[in-house]
Write a protein that binds this ligand. Structure first.
Ligand code: ADP
Ligand code: MG
Ligand code: ZN
Length: 481
């Protein structure tokens, strides 16, 4: 038996994105999350006989918009198909999806490669199609009861299918992040992974380095966090490697990621397309989309993250890393520009946003809308720039601004935080520090200049952090010779 150590990983992802429409795909029921089970249902979405579905036009528009944004070809003629299978959360016994004629084909996303050179990787898309979600089975009471909640049944989904172009688990997570960002820019999906608005099936196979044809893949179903995408794929790659190296064969199957054990588990052998007995949905007319409508939708597409990132790099001279961070959420990008427009230096703004703002948002769980207004951050940056406060004080003020919503000027006045730049006053303090620390003073004079930090620290202690560090440094150098 030949042991191959050099395997190439091949990954393709299917992302299910719940569209942000008020009503379901084929009926008027609401799509709100978290309502009492079975309160958002009607004869259409619980699969009563004799009812007829009606296509949600906004869902179609959202899918076209996404297709245009991702560079897909929008099919002038497409149609829905029935995918037949039995499951308790699918009362009709079939799901309305699209099969041989999806609404969008092709397209791609670009990912930034982690190499400092701003290199890019292009991940091609196979297709985007529309479908309806199934309900949800709930198992309760130590396995003694099972319930079905059909609130989610019929909720509109977009399925975004990638080509097997992804090479690593990290890249897979980056790809999903990018898709999520774009969907949020387009306002077609809220991207809330905890609530299941965005989930992904990860397909993965290995092949010996240099071999052309694809290996047998397994599919890991319904992963709902970026962390789990990486972990599940890493685990699955190792599992497949072990089997292959032992001379075994990979079975094409659907697996589940167990968040408790950190392993994937076999769920079922993978069904083939023909098992579903797809056929054109007889209750719905084909979709004919004209160029005029596509052109109108195209006009409504906002500046997308890649373009915005490039503009931020060009216009604000930001490092690519900063720009990438800022454009990941449109609210963050807008916040950045609003603050810069008020006069702040762009790099200062991005530093505050990537540093303290992120830290506090994580700590306090307010990540979406920054509680510090652009005008207030701008005010703080101005106070640092004109020397009213030093950076250390500014961090304290920033946290207060974050907690209270007050302006920097107000807080600095309230707490008497104005920086001490008065040379006479600082000299007195520095002199005191020197007399109180004869040992350090002697060592400094003997050449141990790295003790500067110690002296500055002592001065800061005495001034409650308000001393102007630049002035203190100058005075120290002068007095210590
Ligand atoms: P299935 O019919 O089993 O769902 P598809 O051909 O529809 O398979 O592909 C589903 C996803 O799996 C796509 O994202 C595709 O890129 C990916 N994929 C297909 N073949 C492989 C493979 N051998 N290894 C990894 N991913 C694959
Ligand atoms: Mg599939
Ligand atoms: Zn309904």
């Amino acid at each position: 038996m030949k042991i191959v150590n050099d395997y190439e990983t091949v990954i393709g992802l299917e992302i299910h994105a719940q569209m942000s429409t008020q009503s379901k795909m084929f009926c008027g029921c609401p799509t709100r999350f978290g309502e009492e089970p079975n309160t958002q249902t009607c004869p259409v979405c619980i699969g009563m006989p004799g009812v007829l579905p009606v296509i949600n036009k906004l869902a179609l528009e959202f899918t076209i918009k996404t297709g245009v944004a991702l560079g897909c070809k929008i099919s002038p003629f497409s149609r829905f198909a029935r995918k037949n299978y039995f499951y308790p959360d699918l009362p009709k016994g079939y799901q309305i999806s699209q099969y041989e004629l999806p609404i969008c084909e092709g397209g791609f996303v670009t990912l930034l490669v982690d190499d400092d050179e701003g290199g890019e990787r292009r991940i091609n898309l196979t297709r985007i199609h529309m479908e309806e979600d199934a309900g949800k089975n709930i198992h309760e009471g130590a396995g003694s009861f099972s319930y079905v909640d059909l609130n989610r049944a019929g909720v509109p989904l977009m399925e975004i299918v990638s080509e097997p172009d992804i090479k690593t688990p990290k890249e897979a997570a980056a790809y999903v992040r990018k898709i999520r960002t774009i969907l949020r820019y387009l306002k077609v999906c809220d991207g809330n992974m905890e609530e299941g608005s965005l989930r992904c099936d990860a397909n993965v196979s290995l092949r010996p380095q240099g071999v052309k044809e694809l290996g047998v893949k397994t599919e890991i179903k319904n992963i709902n966090s970026f962390k789990f995408i990486e972990k599940a794929l890493e685990y699955e790659i190792q599992r497949q490697k072990r089997i292959l190296n032992e001379g075994g064969r990979i079975i094409q199957e659907t697996r589940l990621w167990n968040t408790t054990t950190g392993m994937t588990e076999s769920m079922r052998s993978k069904e083939e397309a023909h098992d579903y007995r797809y056929f054109p949905e007889p209750d719905l007319v084909p979709l004919i989309v004209d160029e005029g409508w596509i052109a109108q939708i195209r006009k409504e597409i906002p500046e997308l993250p890649d373009d915005k990132r490039q503009r931020f790099i060009n216009d604000y001279r930001l490092p690519p890393y900063d720009a990438e961070f800022l454009v990941a959420e449109e609210v963050a990008a807008d916040y950045f520009e609003d603050t810069v427009r008020l006069g702040s230096n762009p790099k200062d703004v991005s530093n505050w946003m990537m540093g303290e703002m992120m830290r506090l948002a994580k700590e306090k769980g307010k990540s979406d809308v920054p509680p510090v207004m652009p005008a207030h951050l701008n005010g703080l940056i101005k106070l640092v720039a004109d020397g009213t406060i030093n950076l250390k004080t500014a961090k304290i003020v920033f946290e207060d601004m974050f907690n209270t919503g007050k302006s920097a000027e107000e807080l600095v006045k309230e707490k008497g935080l104005v920086q001490i730049s008065d040379v006479g006053q600082l000299e007195t303090t520095v002199e005191a520090v020197i007399t109180e620390n004869p040992n350090e003073t002697a060592r400094y004079k003997a050449g141990e200049t790295k003790l500067t930090g110690f002296f500055v620290g002592e001065v800061m202690k005495k001034t409650k952090g308000k001393a102007n560090p630049k002035a203190v440094n100058e005075i120290l150098r002068r007095l210590l010779g």
